[in-house]
Design a protein. Sequence first.
Length: 141
Amino acid sequence: MGQRILLVEDNPDDEALARRALKKSALADDLIVAKDGVEALDYLLGETRSGEDMPDLILLDINLPRLNGLEVLKRLRRYPPTHNLPVVMFSSSREEQDIATSYEYGCNSYIRKPVDFNKFSDMIVQVERYWLSLNEAPHAG
């Protein structure tokens, strides 16, 4: 079974950089992109969702339209099908409160987006390698 990443990102430039880096690493077979928090929750918790095709990793921005990433994270942790999904907060926010709240709401990691393309690309590959190759996660269900 292929590995799937859900990227929740409204910035088209960051999305393009992430796509390029993930394609280069070739660890994930499938990248799903949600442009805002509502779209992410619809994808993860929608009525037609089967628990078997959940992503193996969620990269979640904080500053999103319609519903911010912190609210998305809080809601994901309330539902058994998404409770244990690895969620990496992936944001340009340097606010201590955002970091503290992310962990309080149950994120697995908080990473600041680098501005430099090469650093951004390297960071995406490292995150992907860790969560999809090294980390042992509990099975859903």
